[in-house]
Design a protein around this ligand. Structure first.
Ligand code: ATP
Ligand code: MG
Length: 407
């Protein structure tokens, strides 16, 4: 991508109405734009990051047998009447349509997925099954001040699994934990699993995937002895419930959450299956959420310095930021050739080919945008047919022959 063609621009000004680091940096660097509190547009650079996160999530969900679908975001009220959740989900956006119809905007999809899967699953032979989608969710969050960490419209991957018995459910639940840890690791996040209360969903414990950072909204208690973690909301004692060890308190961001739903929703829809003996049995469900947009915000909260964002390679908008300081047509031609050969090799390059912008501004933009590797091509480096290679994270710089870099 030629930066001269990129319609977004960076900004030196910190947006006045944003208090969170992730929103300030992502807006200044031109990844997202704020429409209103908790609602953002994804611009070309930001959409590339979000798509990469979604694709990592997609791969790991497919790996554990998840089948991707896309369900409507607009839901009829009668489904919530069946589950009794119309007035229980406090963040539900509700609205009226033509002919006295009443709708909700999806904040989660149990009401839609359960009767959907019910149409296809009749016997034990149809189980187990898991389906997922990647879609925007809507929640009327009372506080939406944390940028991408807490949106009123935000992106979520939600998966739902269906099982014939507890053992089968547990087997899948454990597989999902591994897949989730893979996802966060691949996105450059060091997530831990914390136990949490299931709230209105279930009597059982649910599991949250948390990344420690001072800027997190959650409080996690970690046991120094048995190394288990628990969400503060359920911690009653100062001692670990498992082993009696001392607890340490830290702030964290919840990036994922998995729940055993038991037959809470299948019962509401009278969704059962026929076992081998032809007898109707309850269906057990699990649900599994990750917020790709929150993951993007969390990565920025954790990986930045005074100059800007530091993207992990796996989700960076581009892997190389090629900066040309060339002004003579012969030199510009060499910079263009380098860009062409890198892109033809499949390297994702953002090419700062802007002629009217000073070097200092280009470097500042590059640090702000945070692409892992910066290449500088200039009349100076071209004397040795070389480029300067700089690592965004470490700041380490080396001079490399163009022919060695391109190969
Ligand atoms: P929180 O406790 O932070 O409000 P939650 O427990 O209500 O979140 P879940 O229903 O478990 O959220 O949603 C699954 C995942 O979706 C969360 O782990 C998080 O990654 C993401 N998520 C939830 N709410 C938001 C939001 N308002 N903005 C961005 N991402 C969100
Ligand atoms: Mg949660």
């Amino acid at each position: 991508m030629r930066q001269s063609k990129l319609f977004t621009k960076t900004s030196k000004e910190t947006p006045k109405d944003e208090v969170s680091t992730n929103a300030q940096l992502l807006i200044r660097a031109g990844f997202v734009d704020k429409l209103m509190a908790g609602v953002y547009s994804y611009l070309p650079l930001g959409l590339r990051v979000l798509t990469k996160i979604q694709n990592i999530v997609r791969e790991e969900m497919n790996n554990i047998g998840g089948q991707e679908i896309l369900m409507p975001a607009l839901h009829p009220k009668d489904l919530y009447d069946k589950t009794g959740r119309w007035d229980k989900i406090d963040v539900l956006f509700k609205m009226e349509g033509v002919g006295d119809k009443i709708y909700a905007l999806g904040s989660t999809h149990e009401e839609v997925v359960t009767p959907l899967v019910q149409k296809f699953v009749k016997s034990h032979k149809d189980l187990p099954l898991s389906v997922y989608q990647i879609q925007d969710k809507f929640r009327n969050e009372p506080r939406a001040k944390s940028g991408l960490l807490r949106g009123r419209e935000f992106n979520m991957k939600d998966m739902y699994s269906f099982h014939k018995d507890e053992a089968d459910f547990l087997d899948y639940y454990e597989k999902s934990k591994v897949a989730y840890l893979n996802i966060f690791k691949r996105c450059g996040l060091d997530a831990i699993i914390a136990e949490a209360d299931g709230g209105s969903f279930t009597d059982k414990l649910t599991h949250e995937f948390q990344v420690f950072t001072e800027n997190g909204e959650d409080i996690i208690f970690s046991c120094n002895n048995c190394h288990t973690h628990r969400n503060a909301e359920i911690v009653k004692d100062k001692q670990c419930e498992t082993c009696g060890g001392d607890l340490e308190k830290n702030k964290a961001i919840e990036v994922g959450n998995i729940f055993p739903l038991e037959s809470r929703f299948s019962d509401s829809f009278k969704f059962t299956y026929l076992n081998k003996e032809g007898k109707a049995q309850p269906i057990l469900m699990g649900c599994y959420g990750i917020g790709p947009s929150r993951v993007m915000g969390a990565v920025v909260e954790i990986n930045h310095d005074d100059n800007g964002i530091i993207w992990p390679e796996s989700i960076a908008p581009y892997s190389v930021h090629l900066i040309s300081l060339c002004s003579e047509s012969g030199d510009i031609k060499k910079a263009d050739e380098l860009y062409d050969s890198l892109t033809s090799q499949g390297v994702e390059v953002l090419y700062d080919d802007r002629v009217e912008v000073r070097a200092g501004q280009k470097f500042a933009d590059s640090d702000l945008i945070g692409i892992p590797q910066r290449l500088v091509i200039s009349p100076k480096t071209l004397v040795g047919d070389s480029i300067e290679v700089r690592d965004r994270e470490t700041g380490e710089e080396t001079i490399v022959k163009i022919k060695d870099y391109v190969q």
